[in-house]
Design a protein around this ligand. Sequence first.
Ligand SMILES: Nc1ncnc2c1ncn2[C@@H]1O[C@H](COP(=O)(O)OP(=O)(O)OP(=O)(O)O)[C@@H](O)[C@H]1O
Ligand SMILES: [Mg+2]
Length: 237
Amino acid sequence: MGAKHILVINTKGGVGKSTLSSNLASYFSFKGRTALCDFDRQMSGVRWLERRDPSRRRIDSITGWEYRGTDDYDFIVMDPPAAVARKDLVSLMARSDVVLIPVLPSPIDIYAAADFVRDLIVYGKIRTTQKPLAVVANRVRTNTVIYDKLKRFLQSLKLPFIASLRDSQNYIHASTNGIGIFEMEPMVVARDIEQWQPMLSWINEAVEKGRMPLMDQQSARASRPTPHKKPKLRAVS
Ligand SMILES: Nc1ncnc2c1ncn2[C@@H]1O[C@H](COP(=O)(O)OP(=O)(O)OP(=O)(O)O)[C@@H](O)[C@H]1O
Ligand SMILES: [Mg+2]
């Protein structure tokens, strides 16, 4: 059985792709042979691995664009840069078993996410492949107007919205030390780990069964946004 490829993607910069990727790699390193596939010239994933203590669970580094597939791993987390050409988007989507889209609760990010999801549908062909694809809200402050707007927007996309991760210094600490929140003092990260649980259950179900988790498969099929048509958004202040 080949590696399961988890793609973390959004063509908007700074939304938490590398943060999500490194933490996912840390999580999967407890489940099997894991590699982090860094496509970014900034090499944040590679640098994170360089800061990782060798006594930690092993995570290998794969250089993204030269990567042509390997049977050496159980899990490969793919971390592309924000600037992905459309042709690369298609090949990344084709290569992945599960796709996660981190989105920030800000007006600009909500609009950018709408464009990106439309591109995925039109160019990434997610409609035909029924690729397990879900959205993760990142750096969330609940009980804010903008978070409510983000939630409404994500619901309008009819894509599975599987987690809301708070803005937390724990991610900065983990990044600085080449670890994931799963490798930190449980008391310190309890709230963050709790927020990851629904996402991890969703991913595990998707990778184990090789398809969209049942509940979401139905809701996603019911009404995907129409290609070329931007999901309706009211102006956000
Ligand atoms: N939930 C969070 N809480 C606190 N800080 C966060 C969180 N998520 C991301 N960050 C911080 O936000 C910054 C951007 O995150 P990250 O590098 O993961 O984004 P990215 O989408 O990979 O960016 P790029 O498009 O440049 O590759 C980083 O400094 C990261 O530490
Ligand atoms: Mg990045």
